[in-house]
Design a protein around this ligand. Structure first.
Ligand SMILES: NC(=O)c1ccc[n+]([C@@H]2O[C@H](COP(=O)([O-])OP(=O)(O)OC[C@H]3O[C@@H](n4cnc5c(N)ncnc54)[C@H](OP(=O)(O)O)[C@@H]3O)[C@@H](O)[C@H]2O)c1
Length: 234
């Protein structure tokens, strides 16, 4: 995918990794960057176009697909985390549904709305922000892992279904990133700028998957270990 001269849309681009993606796309020569945000007033990066876009609101997605009809790169970055245990009797069900609404159904709804747009613009690329936790569960983020594992499977399915129209589908996996989402974590974290840069490099090389840090590389390698890494708490 050529980033120079492209038109990109990033969801959750007001802060965190989404902001880093928007900056990196501008730096790599994207012609136009739409910055999706639940509240467009929170988009402060110069040079982008703020778009009201809550990925759990079908009306926002429909409007965004009409407003951003010239995009050829869609970055599904928006996501939420939650530490509610799966077996929490009072809140477990609601927490998992909330996570799936954003991290799975939000990504699916964006793909449904933007697949025809990408096709009309020559194929383009869909970038889905996943996690090392798509492949392993931590005791504290089990429900989040369910949502990211489902989003990984969704990404693989979308790649199959978008192949015929020439859309590159890039899965991005990473461990902890230094954003608000991981602010409570006392562990090594990658900078959002590094993750964004590695993602765009992989996109430019035409790849389908990027393991954007050491943690994601270790977790994937752990599939082959005995016992497999995902069988125990990481
Ligand atoms: N941080 C990590 O350690 C880490 C590691 C691996 C993967 N990831 C993934 O990376 C992505 C970005 O996370 P981050 O670290 O930048 O998190 P963050 O700092 O918490 O930012 C999350 C972003 O997503 C937006 N968002 C949340 N729900 C949304 C919705 N329904 N519609 C549209 N936007 C929504 C937020 O908007 P508001 O400002 O309106 O809340 C914010 O812009 C997520 O998919 C996350 O799962 C993060």
């Amino acid at each position: 995918m050529h980033i120079q001269g492209s038109v990109a849309l990033v969801t959750g681009a007001n802060r965190g990794l989404g902001l880093a993606y928007a900056k990196a796309l501008l730096a790599a020569g994207a012609r136009k960057v739409y910055a999706g945000a639940r509240d467009p007033a929170t988009v402060t990066l110069p040079g982008v176009i703020a778009v009201k876009l809550d990925v759990t609101r079908p009306q926002d997605i429909t409007a965004a697909a009409a407003q951003c009809a010239d995009v050829d790169i869609v970055v599904n970055n928006a996501g939420i985390a939650d530490t509610t245990p799966l077996l929490d009797p009072a809140h477990g069900v609601a927490a998992l549904r909330r996570l799936l609404d954003t991290n799975l159904h939000g990504v699916h709804a964006m793909a449904l709305a933007f697949a025809p747009v990408l096709k009309a613009n020559g194929g383009g690329a869909l970038v889905n922000m996943l996690s090392a936790l798509s492949w392993v569960s931590l005791g504290s983020l089990d429900a989040y892992s369910v949502s990211k594992a489902a989003a990984w499977a969704l990404t693989n399915g979308l790649r199959n279904e978008l192949r015929a129209q020439g859309t590159q589908v890039l899965a991005v996996h990473a461990g902890y990133i230094d954003t608000d989402m991981a602010s409570h974590v006392d562990a090594p974290k990658s900078s959002p700028d590094d993750i964004a840069r590695r993602t765009l490099e992989a996109l430019a090389r035409g790849e389908s998957e990027v393991l954007a840090d050491q943690a994601s590389q270790q977790v994937k390698a752990g599939f082959a270990a005995t016992p497999s890494y995902y069988l125990g708490a990481a």
